[in-house]
Design a protein around this ligand. Structure first.
Ligand SMILES: *Cc1c(COP(=O)(O)O)cnc(C)c1O
Length: 342
């Protein structure tokens, strides 16, 4: 039975064309800064996100954690959105490695007024100086939600006016750009640094890129070595990233259409609630009124549909390169039938 795997957009397998690009990549030792394919990828991403420089790293987690470490000192505070990936899904690295304290906003997106209210300046010996605002776009736990460009401008301006730095966790910035009919570069304005993933919807087997000023990227390079992320003939993976950007970026619109189709098929079915207006990109959150998401996951697996959970009452379904419209249609039927019978 061919499984319909909606657990995440990380489950995609490299296509035959991507594997060919990887096999044919020109490589060198990237720790010696001698890999031409890595250079090409870093230049392309810097161009797309509009930063002076960029640095390839093995994972999105390492990209975020290096960037946060480079912006802060131990004992500083970072403002984050609700259930931010850097806090919830990066193994406690913010505390364990960056050594920062977090101030979590109540919403997946937040306002300049909330940032102003949360900010603690460096003068008070009893508080922890708020040094960084980190924004996730799209918001993963927010169901692939996109920030409005106006809100990004407002929040980043306020952060800078208060003397803070700004970091964009853009693991799915590609999706936000396609969904908003805009560019990565436009969504990145106002940020001092960004991390983007090549291994989510773009479908590469690994790799993320940090963007920032030349000086910032130099500091990140040292941290990458310290964190064990310096790799050798890694142009093989960079070639997959280049192929992914060239061939799989525009088609993210298909994933968004499939996510919307899945959500629409679930609207009005018993025991499931889907907020159609909240489906901006390739993630669909499905709220259950009774029964547990884990029970649905187990039963769906038996009939060939793999789903994820997001908290105690929500299922998470993510569309990607390796699921088509027929797949999401079948998945919607399976979810609706199982949920109704719980
Ligand atoms: C996946 C993800 C990351 C981290 O990426 P990994 O490569 O899995 O470490 C960071 N932020 C968000 C929002 C993500 O979805």
């Amino acid at each position: 039975m061919a499984m319909i795997d909606l657990r995440s957009d990380t489950v995609t397998k490299p296509t035959p064309a991507m594997r060919r690009a990887m096999a044919e990549a020109e490589v060198g030792d990237d720790v010696y800064d001698e890999d031409p394919t890595v250079h090409q990828l870093q230049e392309l991403v810097a161009e797309l996100v509009g930063t002076e420089a960029a640095l390839w790293v093995p994972s999105g987690t390492m990209a975020n954690q290096i960037a946060i470490r480079a912006h802060t000192r131990h004992g500083d505070e970072v403002i984050i959105g609700r259930d931010a990936h850097i806090w919830r899904h990066e193994s406690g690295a913010l505390a364990a490695i960056a050594g920062v304290q977090t101030q979590m906003m109540p919403g997946y997106t937040f306002t300049a007024a909330e940032v102003r209210a949360a900010f603690k300046g460096p003068g008070d010996p009893h508080t922890c100086p708020t040094q960084l605002v980190a924004i996730e776009n799209t918001s993963n736990m927010g169901g692939g939600l996109c920030w409005s460009p106006a809100q990004l401008v407002e929040v980043t301006h306020t952060a800078h006016a208060l003397g803070m730095h700004t970091h964009l966790d853009g693991a799915r910035l590609w999706n936000a750009a396609v969904a908003g009919g805009t560019t990565e570069r436009a969504l990145m304005q106002g940020f001092d640094s960004v991390s983007v993933c090549l291994s989510k919807g773009l479908g590469a087997p690994g790799g993320s890129v940090i963007g920032g000023t030349r000086d910032f990227i130099r500091r990140c390079l040292r941290l990458r070595k310290m964190y064990g992320g310096g790799m050798r003939q890694i142009g093989i993976l960079a070639a997959a990233g280049l192929h992914a950007i060239e061939h799989h970026r525009e088609r993210l619109a298909d994933d968004h259409g499939n996510a919307r189709a899945l959500a629409e098929l679930l609207v009005g079915r018993p025991n499931v609630r889907v907020d159609l207006a909240g489906v901006h990109t390739n993630i669909v959150m499905i709220q259950l009124d009774r029964g547990t998401p884990a029970a649905v996951v187990d039963l769906a697996r038996e009939v060939g549909v793999l789903l994820g959970t997001a908290g105690a009452h929500r299922l998470r379904a993510v569309t990607h390169l390796d699921v088509d419209r027929a797949g999401v249609t079948r998945a919607a039927e399976v979810i609706a039938e199982i949920a109704a019978a719980l």
